[in-house]
Write a protein of this length. Structure first.
Length: 276
């Protein structure tokens, strides 16, 4: 799969992502039905219906590449997969169910080729800025080092903006890490936090691994699509050892990490390391 083919795939997914966003919002208006899965994470009929829509389109454009989704068991335990799509139909299910107007939820897919993360596509029905506006589909090819919004290339402005950090609402350790010297904005979706960094609306995303007095780690499906966008923007996710995070090193736990430009991220990594 060459660069031209990858670009064509990302562009062909924009319409489907917009349909998926509208579907999630329509189902929310009708009343979403939420359940708690065996892994103690929430799922709604919105997650399941969006998953069907995305999976149908992905199979249409790449019929020979398996799909691994948060919401079904197909290929989940297949450690030998080298080429596969990873789908998170709704990141921020609780936000969609209980606080839909805030817009802090999104859809995420990532493509792995030869076990390498090559592209990501994120969809936000109500935008992904701190002041949500119009529907946005964010895409990026890691090797191209380009990020696109609704198919149009953008130039991230992270390196010229004032320092700011985004974090989980529950990650109370972050303010200790930044020593209250950098503004911290709480955002309720992992993929939205990564999108804010990739597009320059925040300089770093800190995931300390702690929340509500318990260990909090993110699964591969939570992070992969956003990680591809961050890397396409020329940025990176760094672990507490200061090295880029290998998102395939574990399919269950990816945290702690800091996403952003290297020098700024490593400064925060040093402060985070003191917690471990």
């Amino acid at each position: 799969m060459n660069l031209k083919e990858k670009k064509k795939i990302t562009l062909s997914l924009i319409e489907t992502f917009n349909k998926a966003g509208n579907l999630a919002l329509d189902l929310r208006l009708k009343g979403l039905k939420k359940e708690i899965k065996s892994d103690n994470t929430p799922v709604s009929n919105g997650d399941l219906e969006v998953n069907k829509l995305l999976s149908f389109k992905i199979k249409e454009i790449t019929p020979n590449i398996p799909i691994v989704s948060e919401e079904n068991s197909n290929h989940k335990n297949d450690k030998d997969l080298k080429d596969f799509w990873l789908v998170d139909p709704i990141d921020g299910t609780n936000n969609l169910v209980y606080q839909p107007s805030a817009g802090e939820y999104g859809t995420s897919i990532a493509l792995f080729r030869g076990k390498e993360l090559v592209l990501g596509v994120l969809g936000f029905p109500l935008g992904f800025s701190r002041d949500p506006e119009q529907p946005i589909v964010l895409s990026g090819l890691v090797s191209e080092r380009r990020v696109r919004i609704n198919g149009e290339e953008i130039v991230p402005s992270a390196h010229s903006s004032e320092p700011s950090v985004v974090a989980s609402w529950n990650d109370h350790w972050v303010r200790q890490i930044v020593a209250n010297q950098i503004p911290v904005y709480a955002v309720g979706s992992v993929v939205m936090r990564l999108a804010l960094v990739a597009t320059g609306q925040a300089t770093t995303y800190v995931s300390s691994g702690f929340a509500q007095r318990k260990t909090e780690h993110y699964a591969l499906h939570d992070v992969a699509g956003g990680a591809a966008i961050v890397r396409a923007a020329g940025l990176e996710l760094y672990g507490v050892d200061g090295r880029p995070v290998d998102v395939l090193s574990s399919t269950t736990h990816i945290a702690p990490f800091v996403a952003g430009e290297r020098s700024e991220a490593l400064d925060l990594i040093d402060a985070m390391a003191a917690l471990y």
